[in-house]
Ligand binder design. Sequence first.
Ligand code: NZQ
Ligand code: ZN
Length: 388
Amino acid sequence: MQNFTFQSPTKFIFGKETELKVGKEVKHHGKKILLHYGGGSIKKSGLYDRVVKALKDENIDFVELSGVQPNPRLSLVKEGIELCRREKVDFILAVGGGSVIDSAKAIAVGVHYDGDVWDFFEGKSKIGTIIPIGVVLTLPATGSEASSGTVITNEEGWYKKSCGHNLMRPRFAIMNPELTYSLPPYQTASGVADIMAHVMERYFTNEKNVDFTDRLCEATLKSMIKNLPIALKNPRDYAARAEIMWAGTIAHNGLLGTGREEDWASHNIEHELSGIYDVTHGAGLAVIFPAWIKYVYKNNMSIFAQFASRVWEVEPDFDHLEVTIETAIEKMKDFFRAAGLPVTLEELNIPDDRLEEMAEKCTENGPVGSLVKLYKEDVLNIYHLAKK
Ligand code: NZQ
Ligand code: ZN
């Protein structure tokens, strides 16, 4: 096990009707608030009215910025930065899914920075002062409600890039599983695929003697395999929604990666898909992850065989471990397919003509991944494996 430092300072307020507490929470942190949200789902569900009432009940002064799109855009981030400076905002409340939270984080790092906020995403500048943020979560998927990162798409060139700092972790996250009843099935399933991907990016490591976190990862994956079909069958199943929501946070707050070297190649490879074709992040991962496993598993048969047997309950064939692992890949694809997710680029309607450009962009700052370092040709091979 490697040495590590793990800090997860977010206060989690979990359960039914917890959004009603948002005014009291915000009051601890700021005097002038930016209420940031997406394209309208929170108005349709009535959440917007409840949040506004809770803020008004505490006499909290706020301004609003809506219109965050999935795969959040840099132009709106810049608009938010200007608004926060003009209105002297000292706390941002993100109400929505990962895109809204990420947009809030990017605004928060940009307000007190003199240069272009994109500098942070290109690694040209180090994050310093940041406005604190809080979250009311409506979509369990990204774990952004407790993570240290943000992912933003720059419309100039359609670059999708991330940046991170512990200061970006939200001060609080209000998590009411009932708020996820209104999610369309595709978003529910994509969210779970993203949660599973966050676990797998950490699970597939060359690090030895990490049995405790191996087991935590396996428990998280198995819980998602059990609960996604329940939530899809009955969207108002509180127990299944609650399991998915809490797992989504733990999958990506850093706990499951403690002591391990993490991989992240599949995320980088997927970000090119959502950057150029605007696909839903989790759906892109359902396509890329099985192809990535197929491409790399021979480099560390024992971790993939363990995954096959403990997570997908494949009886190990010790003389032909590749058969065991390939069976697990097929089981994973069947699971995603049964949840209504694509498992090939063809099913995502992504044509062949820009695969080389995506592989080039993905590796322009060097190879991706750590279990196996992947160069442009490798990434291109993975896109080809994912085609059909
Ligand atoms: O915009 P509204 O109207 O709110 O609709 C959203 C959006 O259209 C809708 N939605 C959200 N909650 C809902 C709901 N619809 C009905 N009922 C609800 N309760 O769902 C759509 C998708 O929302 P979005 O926020 O885009 O989804 P998600 O949470 O999956 O976020 C994806 C983004 O997060 C990034 C992804 O790359 C992508 O850009 N990620 C962020 C990470 C992080 N910061 O740590 C890590 C992840 O790996 C990921 O890369
Ligand atoms: Zn993700």
